[in-house]
Design a protein around this ligand. Sequence first.
Ligand code: C5P
Ligand code: MG
Length: 289
Amino acid sequence: MIAELSNPSVFMRDPQRVEDILKAMQKAGSNTIQVISDFDMTLTRFAYNGKRCPTCHNILDNSKLISEECKLKLQELLDTYYPIEIDSSRSIEEKLPLMVEWWTRAHELLVQQKIKKDMMATAVRESDAMLREGYQLFFDRLNEHSIPLLIFSAGIGDVLEEVIRQEKVFHPNVKVVSNYMDFDETGVLRAFKGELIHIYNKREGALLNTDHFQALRARHNVLLLGDSLGDLTMADGVQDMENILKIGFLNDKVEERKQSYLNSYDIVLVKDETLDVANSIVLHLTGSK
Ligand code: C5P
Ligand code: MG
């Protein structure tokens, strides 16, 4: 039905089910669709030319805004906790408190660095952050068809917004739910606002955004994009859901994690640095090639 679903990076547990969901969603029409996407390593690239690309946190970690001493500490945290994040031999229950520990310790270090708000744009500009190939088509097409895009990220909202602003795709249909920085009256970072969002509490985060989902209650059909099993709960706040198609990017530890991704995501994209599959689905659902 969609040629890109035959790409070598595409794996599906049940291709017929994917076809059925797509048929139902196409029939219902593009005004019944909402898109919910994770940010880091879902809308952004995992690697480019064999080199890892940064997450929102890494953009700051590697920037001039952080002292050399603090960089070492943040790197140590990454080296300790990232392997735990992607360890398929540990349960989510086991990983959850460790993830909270990672985010909390990293945010404490960032606050100690007295980061200035007016330096954020430069930090993003000088970083290696990259949205996935095909991002313009993805963002522009959704906006042209007034399809709401919720970017739901355990990264840093201020950084994420700057990335999409600099790429000129922060369109009016985009809403961001993430960890936002709290700057004092002189523009210096003093804390992070609100409840912490980490990779395993997106469900709770979704349930806090009832107003957003209430406003979109006529959009019963959801396209979900993520790269972590924690991202599967991002749509838990959606009201009166009829169909959901879940697309998962499997970037790292492929063999160990493939089966669990196939069990949870309808479409699994293995080491695929593009938004080609998502774009072909959006084109299909919005009615032209
Ligand atoms: O946007 P998303 O929800 O994917 O952001 C979470 C990602 O941020 C995690 O996958 C994690 O690897 C990364 N992270 C990081 N540094 C931290 C905390 C999280 O790079 N201090
Ligand atoms: Mg992610």
